[in-house]
Unconditional design. Structure first.
Length: 53
């Protein structure tokens, strides 16, 4: 279940990063998506540990 929260956070924040970066260009979208995915993984796990863990 913890992995599911991590996966969902990665998808959501990675997509948001891509969407914001796409206004500038492909490279920026890629970088922001990678950063967003990392934060999504961290916050998804933290959310699970705090509420359900």
């Amino acid at each position: 279940m913890r992995a599911s929260f991590s996966f969902i956070g990665t998808i959501v924040l990675g997509s948001v990063g891509w969407w914001i970066g796409a206004y500038v260009g492909f490279g920026t979208a890629f970088v922001l998506s990678t950063i967003g995915s990392g934060f999504g993984m961290y916050w998804g796990r933290k959310l699970f540990d705090q509420w359900l863990g």
